[in-house]
Design a protein around this ligand. Sequence first.
Ligand code: ADP
Length: 345
Amino acid sequence: MTKEEVFNLLKEISYPGFSRDIVSFGILKDIIINDKDILVELDIRSAENKIVVDIINSVEEKLKVNYRDYKITINNVAPPPGAPTKAPHEQGVNYLPHVKYKIAVASGKGGVGKSTVAVNLAVALAKLGHSVGLLDADIYGPSIPLMLGVTSRPGFDRKQLIPIEKYGVKLMSLGFLMEGNEAVIWRGALVTKAIQQLMQDVKWGNLDYMIFDMPPGTGDAQLTLSQSIKLDGAVIVSTPQDVALIDAIKGVKMFKKVDVPILGIVENMSYFLCPHCNERTDIFSSGGAKRECEKMGETLLGEIPIDTAIRIGGDKGKPVTSEMFDSPISKAFMEIAQNIDDKLK
Ligand code: ADP
């Protein structure tokens, strides 16, 4: 029996709640074989004790079935929860050393307005006086250039790409790197590599904020990407309906799993404000995100109404936060930006 055999067996075990195996999750630290002893060292840093126990049991079971005559020992070498740990950006490579805060805008599912929030949040932060970058990492439809009215492609300075600047925001998009929809079939590792390139090989300069428009969902691509960016925080976008909120909760759990602090939830398409009489109608029974936030102990960063001006602004490449600065919608986005800035400081 060899180390490689044990390694391959462990690769058959999925991380609880994910299709990805525990080895590619990076929790296997060592396999030590000594005569009839097998020692497996794991580094499971979950705040949920059940996850730690489940993984250890699965590893033990798998090895016992395959190596009946061996003594099997499994050690979790991770520091206990609560022990001081390094901040995420200190655990590995920081691809953006000149960016103060790296923030993911994410959603459990598509179509909830994640990109709309990412764009308007970036513009709002710029309006607050910050230097801001926006990295469109949505493999399923990099729509940010359209939403900012960018039709040109980035140029080069020596070997580095120059981000395109619009509404005070520096923009790069995965869409600039790919033809058609090819990235949709990319796997986690490929997406991560492309994003790393967009962090490293772009002349971003010094920035206060980098906003990442993440691919929707909580699958392997999203998880790998979240781990690799060394994020300082995540903003989850949801609509008020239960189905969307269930996915938003999954998003919260995913970021927590990789130790990314949750800055809060934005409820989008929260209510309809009649343009004639200013009456508020809660089309999708608003308040769902507030309830879930209270349950989870998370912050509701703000509520954005449903308004055709937002869709038209997106389609025309004129974000409401810039084009309708005095409107209540714009104020809602400014408040979210301020809340995030306050939280990080
Ligand atoms: P996602 O990134 O979650 O897939 P988008 O930001 O692309 O979602 O939004 C999907 C569509 O909904 C776009 O046409 C966008 O303009 C529109 N939209 C988003 N938020 C609102 C809103 N609050 N009111 C009206 N339309 C909205």
